[in-house]
Write a protein that binds this ligand. Structure first.
Ligand code: ADP
Ligand code: MG
Length: 681
């Protein structure tokens, strides 16, 4: 057998066989660009495909796993260059069939007389039992489809079958190198090896294997994070370069605002001004519910830097948000003589060049964009402040990246995600906190209602009422074009909405559109050219359209409470009464309790506590995570026993690393915080 080339975790994903440029793009859209990313793309749930049944006992209601001897294969050509491979199989109960459309090559690879395993939905055709396009493998072969099978989060064109194949390849071929964790710790905590952990998180051999794998991976993530927090803290304390920004009068800035600041905003600005006056770099987390007005607080800090001849960078998790911030911030600061620029990936080269040159020469005071702006080719002439929006983890490990940029940089992180008090100190141990609790005057709490699928009509009738008043409506669904019957897709919904409200403009927004397309749609919605925006979670954070007064969330059971709260925060952003409709398709008690909590509680901090209580550690076969939840440190921190172990070990490792590679932990955390644009707990 030819020697198979070895893969390394940092290798580009396209080195995996079968990943061409199109698949590579789709994977990258899902946040997977390296082999490591693929290994870290944990399943959201598993299918138990261990029990083979008699073909005679298979029902037509759900997929079934059957086995049998292949007794005949024929290839037929159908009209229009289509073809059908027809198989006849036999098990101890009956004779049955499998048909495959447009896969003529199967004719050659299937061997009569051999035993096969099939998985799929059975249908009765002319009295015969037929599986159409099932998954099929040689029994006992190395691609045997039996076992506990992973189901991945679907996104843009990726299928489970492909993902499973690629993950298998990655598992088989990747040289994980030496374990980054010291041997003593591994032995003492009885941790599984990394190779074992990756294999069993994707293809668990048993529930026990799965649990050991999950423990190791969660422990690693939490420990890496805890180490990064400690490194970041010690770098900040050791100081070195002076990070202070001279004080300037803020009157011009404050006078230019079209409103009075709330008490919370004033206090927060004071705290930030104090930080900026100190030679020790600022590392502050500003928390405040959606709509409390965090942006203006950041503007005050950027104003001070610009007036003192220093630069600021503001980073948003998505291009849409970056553009929105740019519009607002430049409208506020440009009239005061502060030069702002936007840098996003969709820009044309000359435009981009001009911005990069302006930043390097110091002509640009405030640079706004996505994370890319503190990376590689962007050199600042005097960067004093980095503000990150809706990205609570960003501040932690980035200090290392920033350290390479010259002076000590002040970091301010804005987050609407309320962090349970019980976790704040551990998870954000290297940060100072500001909390804005007051809301700008005149805001009314959003009225939240819930319905099952049978009651959803009412929501759409209400929406018609809002549209008639000239208001705008969001309709959210979890997937783009799912073939999963239990999950509403925005494409289906969009068709429904266009039919239902023909006299109002509707638009469809999802993650498969380019940054420019998304921005165009958001602008249309903000300007009122479009009244109904049907969208996936891409609109989650920070979008500000005051005229929107209703949000309908389909399949609300698919979202975390914090996410629902974020989504709900898209409305209620003016003095008009706003509404949120939650359509719950699940019959589980837990989701009923979660939905009920949303209708009763409007305070984000309280919601986070409820979420923390209701969302216990996941079980095998159940839904382990939703969305990017698996990769989020804050979410993982709810495994309090593992967190405790990680905190204890992090302290010990800092005192004496043993064989543990602390740099590796920091590098991983930096990379993740730069590539992961989720902000979900
Ligand atoms: P968030 O905290 O969610 O980021 P934003 O900064 O986007 O909130 O502010 C939400 C809206 O409230 C914006 O339109 C902003 O101009 C407005 N706003 C902010 N502060 C005040 C205030 N003190 N009074 C009235 N409106 C305000
Ligand atoms: Mg905001």
């Amino acid at each position: 057998m030819a020697e198979t080339p070895v893969l390394y975790p940092d290798d580009d994903i396209s080195l995996i066989k079968g990943i061409g440029s199109k698949k590579k793009d789709q994977l990258e859209a899902a946040g997977i660009s390296s082999v490591q990313d693929l290994l870290d793309y944990y399943p959201v749930k598993y299918k138990d495909r261990r029990r083979v049944i008699n073909a005679m006992d298979a029902g037509t209601e759900k997929d079934s796993l059957v086995s049998g001897k292949l007794i005949k294969v024929t290839l037929r050509t159908l009209s229009g260059r289509r073809s059908m491979v027809e198989c006849t199989l036999r098990d101890t109960s009956c004779i049955y069939h499998a048909v495959f459309f447009n896969m003529p090559y199967l004719k050659k690879s299937l061997v009569t007389g051999e035993d096969y395993i099939l998985f799929g939905r059975m249908r009765i055709r002319n009295g015969a039992r037929v599986w159409t396009n099932p998954e099929m493998s040689r029994a006992g072969g190395d691609r045997d489809i039996r076992g506990i099978i992973p189901v991945y989060r679907h996104s843009a064109g990726l299928t489970d079958i492909n993902l499973r194949k690629w993950v298998r390849t990655a598992l088989d071929r990747t040289d994980l190198g030496d374990d980054w964790l010291g041997e003593d710790i591994r032995a003492e905590r009885r941790l599984a090896g990394l190779g074992f952990a990756y294999c069993n998180i994707h293809f668990p051999e048993s529930e026990k294997h799965y649990k050991a794998a999950r423990y190791r991976l969660i422990y690693d993530k939490l420990l890496m994070y805890q180490l990064a927090v400690r490194v970041s803290r010690s770098m900040r304390e050791e100081g070195g370069l002076d990070a202070s920004v001279p004080a300037v009068p803020l009157d011009d800035f404050l006078d230019s605002l079209p409103f009075e600041l709330t008490e919370g905003q004033k206090k927060c600005i004071d705290e930030i001004m104090e930080d900026l006056g100190s030679s020790r770099p600022m590392n502050r987390l500003v928390q405040g519910d959606v709509g409390c007005g965090k942006t203006v607080v950041a503007e005050a800090a950027m104003y001070r830097c610009a007036r003192s001849g220093m630069q600021s960078a503001m980073m948003a998790p998505t291009e849409i948000l970056a553009r929105q911030h740019f519009e607002k911030i430049s409208a506020g600061l440009e009239p005061l003589g502060i030069r702002c620029a936007l840098l996003v990936s969709g820009m044309r080269a000359p435009e981009r060049r001009a911005v990069i040159d302006g930043v390097a020469s110091g002509d640009i005071d405030v640079l706004i964009g996505t994370h890319a702006i503190i990376q590689k080719d962007v050199l600042f002439s005097g960067l004093a402040l980095v503000v990150t929006d809706e990205q609570h983890r960003f501040g932690v490990a980035q200090r290392k990246t920033l350290a390479g940029k010259g002076r000590s940089v002040n970091v301010c992180v804005m987050s609407a995600t309320p962090i349970p008090r019980t976790l704040a100190a551990t998870v954000f141990g290297d940060m100072d906190f500001s909390i804005i609790r007051s809301m700008p005057g005149g805001r009314r709490p959003v009225i939240t209602r819930a319905a099952g699928p049978e009651g959803r009509e009412k929501a759409y009738v209400d929406a018609a009422g809002e549209l008639e008043k000239g208001n705008r409506v969001y309709v959210i669904a979890p997937s783009i074009d799912s073939d999963d019957d239990d999950m509403t897709s925005v494409e289906k919904l969009f068709a429904e909405i266009k039919k239902r409200y023909p006299s109002y403009g509707a638009a469809l927004l999802h993650g498969r559109l380019t940054g420019g397309e998304k921005a165009g749609i958001m602008e249309d919605f903000a300007a009122g050219r479009v009244s109904i925006l049907v969208s996936t979670i891409v609109i989650e954070v920070g979008i500000d359209v005051p005229e929107a007064t209703m949000i309908i969330i389909e399949n609300c059971e698919r979202f975390g409470l914090a996410q629902l709260h974020q989504l709900r925060g898209r409305v209620g952003r003016s003095d008009r009464q706003s509404y949120c409709w939650l359509i719950n398709y699940s019959r589980s008690e837990n989701s009923a309790a979660r939905t009920k909590a949303m209708t009763e509680i409007s305070d984000g901090f309280e919601i986070s506590e409820v979420d923390y209580r209701l969302r216990g550690p996941g079980d095998l076969m159940g839904t382990m995570q939703s969305g990017n939840y698996n990769s989020d440190v804050l979410a993982l921190s709810r495994y309090t026993d593992i967190l405790e172990a990680a905190v204890e070990d992090a302290d010990r490792i800092m005192a004496d690393p043993g064989g543990t590679d602390i740099d590796h932990a920091c590098e991983r955390m930096i990379r993740e915080s730069a590539s992961d644009n989720s902000n979900i707990i």
